[in-house]
Design a protein. Structure first.
Length: 334
């Protein structure tokens, strides 16, 4: 098992070096710790047959994967994220979810995502190539971003096995048994997902797969102001009627989905202190809006406040949280 610690990296460039390490061993992301000065993290990696096992410790950080980070690779990689300790917020394929201890969520690393780890959080990742995962879960795209709670299916058993494998030093299992362990673990997760979402997926696996592919297309082009149902239908060679039918199962029109996702991404950036120097209009236009009044009106309808009020409230709340965290740390040191 390979182990990397942020404390072992160069001082002033520690954050950048950690981001480079994540890019080399996991995914290219925008990595931002909540505390740039006292940032600590640990990464453990192990290969179990076709599955990569990862244990990441070091909360109070954000990892955001954008379209510009994603290259064209012949084989897709999927990752089951297991919340070992603490909590996190995860956004992917249009789903926003809070992960608590024992929860699992599926991530397509070929699509944008945002992971925000709370202070003290620790996660495990099971990374599998697309062809391997599809042997166990035929339409993985449909489940991406959907949370499997700790009390559903065999999630508790999955957590126990994963934790044990991540803690092991490895080397004691032959390649044959590594493959058996990996496939057994994938079977357990796939069965739990299929059982948890049976009522949603039973209508048509073909439609579910199409729905997921359309959502992926939208996620990768969300910043394009020309993105529309007509463009999507044309690019994916679908009729407009069939496109509407695909989205009918989710009770959300295609145009409504595009608008919601753009608003969510704008809200995320406005709440991020790193974007304090960018105007609200600049952020909105970067996410495909081309009318400030339309953006303001749509934002107020969704969030109940103006973009300016939302931004001020979010930034003030984050500042208070950091101040409280610093006071607790100083008190403990004293």
């Amino acid at each position: 098992m390979e182990t990397f610690r942020a404390s072992e990296l160069a001082g002033r460039s520690r954050i950048a070096a950690w981001g480079d390490l994540l890019a080399a061993r996991l995914d290219k992301v925008d990595f931002t710790p909540a505390d740039g000065e006292g940032f600590e993290a640990e990464l453990k990696l192990r290969q179990l047959g076709p599955v990569g096992l990862v244990r990441l410790k070091g909360g109070g950080a954000s990892m955001v994967r954008l379209a510009r980070h994603i290259g064209h690779t012949p084989t897709r990689t999927y990752a089951f994220l297991l919340q070992l300790t603490g909590s996190a917020q995860f956004g992917h394929y249009g789903h926003e979810t809070v992960l608590n201890e024992g929860d699992v969520v599926l991530c397509d690393t070929g699509a944008p995502y945002a992971l925000h780890l709370d202070d003290g959080a620790e996660i495990a990742l099971l990374r599998a190539p697309g062809p391997i995962l599809r042997e166990h879960l035929p339409s993985p795209e449909y489940f991406c971003g959907r949370r499997l709670s700790a009390n559903e299916g065999a999630t508790c058993a999955i957590a126990a096995v994963t934790t044990s494998l991540c803690s092991s030093q490895g080397g004691e299992l032959s390649p044959e048994f590594q493959h058996r362990y990996a496939r057994h673990l994938l079977d357990m997760i796939a069965t739990s997902y299929a059982a948890a979402f049976e009522s949603v997926t039973s209508a048509s696996s073909i439609t579910s797969g199409r729905h997921a592919k359309v959502k992926l297309f939208i996620e990768q082009r969300l910043r394009d102001p020309e993105l529309s149902p007509g463009v999507i239908a044309g690019q994916l060679k679908l009729s407009s009627r069939y496109l509407r039918m695909i989205f009918a199962s989710s009770n959300e029109k295609v145009s409504a989905y595009i608008l919601r996702r753009r608003l969510e991404e704008c809200a995320r950036q406005m709440a991020d202190p790193r974007w304090r120097g960018h105007s609200i209009t600049e952020i909105a236009f970067a996410w495909g809006f081309n009318s400030a009044p339309h953006f303001t009106r749509s934002f107020r309808e969704r969030y109940g406040v103006s973009p300016r009020q939302f931004r001020r409230g979010q930034l003030e709340s984050r500042a208070e949280d950091l101040a409280a965290c610093a006071a607790t740390t100083l008190g403990a040191a004293a």
